[in-house]
Design a protein. Structure first.
Length: 132
């Protein structure tokens, strides 16, 4: 899910997906998913940047754990919420905010998780018998 982004496009300079533009700037937006709500989330890493310098921040929330507010720069950088041994279950929310309206870039989002349970049965193997 996405909220707050009034323009979404692709940056041809390799910065990634662009949220906002010079004609449709945004001061904040959020991406969220409940796709991992039944998984144990270990780490979320977002590679992101800003179009131009300002006091923009990025926060990552997984379940009940929230990262520090990371200061964004104009170059792509990795921002990570490492839950470590306190593995969280729940939704993932990534938020960008700035005091000035700017365009944000998202190059990638990586999520390390462990399924809460595995429903697969133990596989059985049989050896075919040959009739000669």
């Amino acid at each position: 899910n996405s909220s707050g982004a009034n323009s979404i496009g692709w940056n041809t300079s390799g910065k990634g997906i662009q949220f906002g533009s010079t004609s449709a700037v945004c001061s904040s937006f959020t991406l969220s998913t409940s796709a991992f709500s039944e998984c144990k989330i270990k780490k979320v890493t977002v590679t992101s940047s800003m179009a131009s310098a300002c006091d923009a921040e990025l926060t990552i929330k997984a379940g009940g754990t929230t990262s520090e507010a990371y200061a964004l720069t104009t170059s792509n950088a990795d921002y990570t919420l490492d839950v470590g041994s306190a593995i969280e279950k729940g939704d993932i929310t990534i938020s960008w905010t700035a005091s000035k309206k700017r365009a944000y870039y998202v190059k990638s989002i990586a999520i390390v998780y462990v399924p809460d349970k595995i429903d697969a049965e133990n596989p059985t193997f049989t050896t075919p018998t040959d009739s000669i």
